[in-house]
Design a protein around this ligand. Structure first.
Ligand code: MN
Ligand code: MN
Length: 482
């Protein structure tokens, strides 16, 4: 059959109404979540955001996120994996920094699980092993940045210290200083504009703000008494010792994270947006948590994994490159009284459908030139499907299979989910990756799905409340689909 003839309608003159109808039939019609939402849905969008902000305030580090997720799971009847639980609802943890929730389904685990993987680590400042020093009558902690930060955003702002110190006698001391109204905060000093002409202005951004100058001010009063030198450092250590029972050497076995002080806030006169630290990727984590907590008796067994270390390449025992997922699937098989030989585990993984729940970059109204507007995520247009990430010629990408993307579209269309598809930025502008490729390595179908953010990786990331709600809808539909 020859297909080089023009279509017959090309010769038929259409009226305005016919052109409109044809456009509606054949072309994509992006719509905002809000404009399609009825009054009840609009109220639900705002109610969800309240719950979300509370979660964000409790989950400023991966360890605190694990604690918040565990508490929510226990409240919803989930039991530790390995025990007995009604409805096959379990959770499992690794090193206190990654957690998984699962719900057994009507289908055997061997036929594949429905997995949503998010990450609960976020860019921040960590402390060096020997952080404490004194300089010019102030005591400081030396930091080491974690993940992709724009360093200047961390100078001259109130910061909190959150994390744990582990002592050689087996105690784990929790520190959470800077968020309570009466707490002191901490800060990294910046140079005044009056004196920054030579040292900062005219230099490249990457050279102006140096990691080794990112020292956290923690004290300014000396110990009373004789002796010169380091009396402020000693006084600061004495305060830490009195309050937490720790000594300087304990800071070697510590994971203290320096994060922005303050709570998640509504942004805008109409409160359309949420501004908070760590929404990449705790927004997706919260949405997938919401989705699995509400899941009852699904057809396919469901698994939500909340990973650590995504921001530094998913490395280490608590990152998505670890083999914990194999252990989890084996434990799910055991819980469902199925065989756990290697072939069954690897077949179950390969037969799984996976959403890499991670955020994308929304089209930035002030910097539209870094986006390609036909393929950019737009704030408020619903959860974003990102078929592939990576950089340049798709390097480092896990490019989702067309068949899987089509299946997911069908699931969402049936469930009435408002969603959009987008890449991240113009080609060759930069790029990024997610956990998608590490789970794809098992032969599972994987695609990235999550809300789009503005000011991503900054201390105050911005999300549209309707996109969070849409993300929950998208994850719920994925879990519930046959
Ligand atoms: Mn992320
Ligand atoms: Mn990130």
């Amino acid at each position: 059959m020859a297909d080089n003839k023009p279509a017959p309608q090309a010769f038929k003159k259409l009226n305005k109404k016919e052109i409109k109808a044809l456009g509606e039939k054949l072309l994509r019609q992006p719509k905002t979540v809000w404009e399609q939402a009825d009054a009840q849905t609009r109220a639900a969008i705002f109610a969800l955001a309240e719950e979300y902000k509370t979660f964000m305030d409790q989950a400023k580090t991966e360890r605190r996120a694990v604690a918040a997720i565990r508490a929510a799971a226990e409240k919803a009847g989930f039991k530790p994996l390995g025990s007995k639980a009604k409805g096959g609802r379990f959770y499992a943890e690794l090193a206190g920094k990654t957690i998984a929730l699962l719900v057994l389904g009507q289908r055997p685990v061997a036929q594949g699980v429905r997995l949503i993987g998010s990450h609960i680590d976020a860019p921040r400042l960590d402390l060096k092993m020997h952080p404490l020093f004194e300089n010019q009558d102030l005591a400081f902690l030396k930091t080491h940045y974690y993940g992709g930060i724009k360093k200047y955003q961390w100078f001259a702002r109130p910061l909190a210290i959150v994390g744990v110190v582990c002592t050689a006698d087996g105690r784990t001391v929790e520190i959470n200083l800077g968020d309570a109204p009466d707490d002191p905060v901490f800060t990294v000093l910046d140079l005044l504009p009056h004196l920054s002409r030579k040292g900062q202005e005219g230099k490249k951004l990457s050279e102006v703000f140096e990691a080794e100058r990112m020292n956290l001010v923690i004290a300014g009063l000396p110990l009373d008494g004789e002796g010169n030198g380091d009396r402020i450092k000693l006084a600061a250590m004495q305060l830490l010792n009195q309050r937490y029972g720790i000594v300087e050497a304990d800071l070697i076995s510590a994971e203290l994270e320096i994060v922005p002080a303050g709570n998640a806030r509504d942004v805008g006169l109409d409160r359309a947006l949420v501004g908070a630290y760590g929404q990449d990727d705790r927004a997706s984590a919260f949405a997938s948590l919401r989705a699995i907590l509400d899941l009852k008796n699904p057809v396919a067994p469901a698994l939500a994994v909340f990973y650590d270390k995504e921001e530094i390449g998913s490395e280490g025992m608590s990152g998505a490159q670890s083999r914990w997922i194999e252990h989890l699937v084996a434990a799910m098989l055991t819980a469902n009284q199925e065989p756990t030989d290697y072939l069954t585990i690897s077949r179950a993984l390969a037969a799984s459908k996976v959403l890499s729940a991670d955020v994308n970059a929304a089209l930035d109204p002030d910097y539209p030139e870094v986006h390609e507007k036909n393929n950019a995520a737009r704030l408020g247009y619903g959860v974003t499907l990102t078929k592939y990430t990576g950089h340049g010629g798709k390097y480092g990408a896990s490019d989702a299979n067309a068949e899987f993307v089509a299946w997911l579209r069908g699931v969402w269309e049936k469930a009435g989910v408002t969603w959009q598809a987008a890449g991240m930025g113009k080609i060759d502008e930069g790029g990024g990756g997610t956990i998608a490729k590490f789970l794809a390595a098992y032969g599972a179908d994987v695609v990235d799905v999550g809300p789009a953010l503005l000011s991503m990786h900054s201390p105050f990331e911005i999300m549209h409340k309707a996109d969070l709600w849409s993300s929950v809808q998208a994850y719920q539909a994925f879990f519930a689909a046959k």
